[in-house]
Unconditional design. Structure first.
Length: 265
């Protein structure tokens, strides 16, 4: 059956993921990606510390290749190393970091470890994050401690499919401690996300804006109607027009002067 082949293939990939996570736990391991090529199967290991994964002169790569051929019957596995773009957003890396710090400093400093990791995740740009530590910390009685910050969905499709989650365990002297990390990355689109638009202010009739239209200078010049061209006047006419007009003698003044002379005589 074809369905059985798909199930066996996915089971094989899951087993490879578990083996890589347990083997490279202290090397900043994130996840493994398997691609099928005509030459064989390509196994890409994403880690924040590639030097530890490769080993001295590639010894670790040779051991991993031999184990994949023997255990999982892979014909020609090609192992490559990939870098993690943003380690603070990777849940597997964050969970391994908490486990490493608990093994190094002990369970008494679990609060400082949890808050420090949570602050790094929020500073990286995550919408929300949660870290849950369960076990015998710090007393002999088992209990759970929860550290959360930001906005995190706890139900629905977004919580089941889009929120990144990782669960691992670490063995201490007091017992096994469970670590659960949940991160809500900023690329998740929420269905209830809304954009608020600014309303335009309502203007009174006195505050209404006056629209000013700007036109080109060539368009603003009015059209000139064609006029008839008249010939220039002759020189004689211009000379007569330029001569001053002679005033007519005043007869009234002359009559008065004659009357005045007659009286004197």
């Amino acid at each position: 059956m074809i369905e059985r082949k798909f199930v066996a293939q996915k089971l094989k990939e899951f087993q490879i993921q578990e083996y890589m996570a347990s083997t490279l736990a202290k090397a900043g391991y994130s996840h493994t990606e398997i691609r099928r090529t005509p030459l064989g199967e390509k196994v890409i290991i994403y880690t924040t510390r590639p030097g530890l994964v490769v080993g001295k002169k590639g010894d670790n790569i040779k051991k991993l290749t031999a184990y994949l051929k023997k255990k999982f019957k892979m014909e020609n596995p090609q192992i490559e190393i990939g870098d993690v773009e943003n380690p603070a957003m990777d849940v597997n890396y964050i969970a391994d970091r908490i486990a490493f710090n608990l093994e190094r400093f002990g369970s008494k400093r679990f609060k400082s470890i949890g808050y420090k990791v949570l602050q790094d995740v929020i500073d990286a740009g995550a919408l929300g994050a949660e870290v849950v530590l369960s076990g015998k910390i710090p007393s002999a009685r088992a209990r759970s401690w929860r550290f959360s910050a930001g906005y995190l969905k706890k139900s629905g499709e977004i919580h089941l499919c889009k929120v990144k989650k990782a669960i691992i365990g670490v063995n201490l002297k007091s017992g096994t401690i469970g670590i659960k990390v949940s991160i809500m990355t900023p690329d998740i689109e929420l269905p209830d996300k809304m954009l608020a638009l600014k309303e335009d202010p309502v203007l009174t009739p006195h505050e209404k804006k006056i629209e000013v239209t700007v036109t080109d200078a060539a368009d603003s010049v009015p059209a000139v109607a064609p006029t008839e061209v008249t010939p220039a006047p002759s020189t004689q006419a211009t000379e007569k027009a330029s001569e001053p007009k002679k005033r007519a003698p005043r007869k009234a003044k002359e009559k008065k002067e004659e009357n005045v002379t007659d009286k004197k005589e």
